[in-house]
Design a protein around this ligand. Sequence first.
Ligand code: SF4
Length: 234
Amino acid sequence: MPLPMALARTARSLRQAYRLMRARNGHQHWWPGETPFEVCVGAILTQNTSWTNVERAIANLKAAGPIAPDALYGMSRPQLRECLRPTGYFNLKTERLGAFLKVLVEEHGGRLDQLFAGETAVVRERLLRIHGIGPETADSMLLYAGGHARFVVDAYTRRILGRHGWCDPTIEYDDLQALCEAALSHRPADWQLDYWQDYHAQLVMVGKDYCRRREARCEHCPLRPLLPADGPKA
Ligand code: SF4
């Protein structure tokens, strides 16, 4: 079905943006964790902190034993809390990781394939019912650990699209996700997962290296050809 005209324009821009980022950076093969379980743990720990801090916490967990559902669920809360200390808000994250582990181990036998089994929307609702898992965390788990194509929206996505005028910067999470998914569903279904995984990875790279919160370094950015004529929007 053809896209409405305004959405078709945004879709052209978003598809062109991917070609430019991909041409500059190559495919990222980005997988934020060594195993799907580690991806899930990282998705919870990265809330409001940098990935470097997450890596420190994951190193602590690895030093304490195997990173596996039963092993982490069997850790005492004080020990888990100490491992998560580098991530900031570590009391909160201990509770959130604990809630995820409880559901995974007690309701799904510690098996991610069971947790992720079913229609994407159903699995997403299952994840969102777990204390401390919001849309961005759930979608990161679905996309990078669960094999479900859901477009991940984060602060970089909102900032880059907002500065180019492709979305209202105050747009709600679900609305921005729907816009991206509608605009970027033009590839064959069996490419979709890889495409959206890499698309998010490319946005993270541009957001970190060029499109910073306090300063848009447009001069050398791969998305410079797509800037509005009067420069980035605030
Ligand atoms: S740094 Fe400039 S060109 Fe790059 S994404 Fe941000 S606003 Fe666009």
